[in-house]
Design a protein around this ligand. Sequence first.
Ligand SMILES: [Zn+2]
Length: 257
Amino acid sequence: MIIDTHAHLYLEQFDQDLDQVMARAQENGVQKILLPNIDSKTIQSMYALEQKYPDMVMAMMGLHPCHVQEDYQEELIIIKKELDRRSFIAVGEIGIDLYWDKQYVVQQKEAFITQCRWAAALDIPVVIHARESLEILLDILEHIGLEHLQGVFHCFGGDRVALDRVRELGFYIGLGGVITYKSSNMGKVLRSSDIDRIILETDAPYLAPVPFRGKRNESSYLPFIVQKLADILDLPAGEIEKRTTNNAKRLFLREEL
Ligand SMILES: [Zn+2]
């Protein structure tokens, strides 16, 4: 069994063939798929997917940093309302993205800190999007004073120093298709012992692994990421599956394993 800890399967890219996408995921051993929210406009389609596949998908709630804009306070009110109304597997995805737009960096920071506090109060983990902002986010988490807050740096692409800081915080890293790209530095950064901190993800429909790079990504491609990770860490694929699944269960389902 594998868990895809990060997939946006509720987006319109899957409107035409969602049932096949879900069937292929199951055929390839993916039994749970976690859905990170983006903003107020994606909530309803995410809930619809959750209703259709209640045993397979689990929803998160949060405001994505690329969608922290002028109206971010109204957006946060909507997010908070949902968090108060029902339960979620995590607060996500939240973070800071300085790649696309640096205009709202102050607001992105504020929204991130606010949502971390909400997660801590609810005792659920955070799913973090860090793009050209890993240092800033690590600084925030090291000083925010939320000792029991747990979470994952999704699509982690940092160096060894950053990974050691993630480990020190007790956080996890999410790895996906990017580790199969030639440009990835994960082969140099990771040690076999890091297997205790790694969870798997696709970030579908984005960042498809080789040999599907550039195409629409989907959860059934996770075995390609498992295999690449097995090569990097020099561990059997079955071991990668088992360990990363246990990590995801520990983080999101609070199972003692
Ligand atoms: Zn995402």
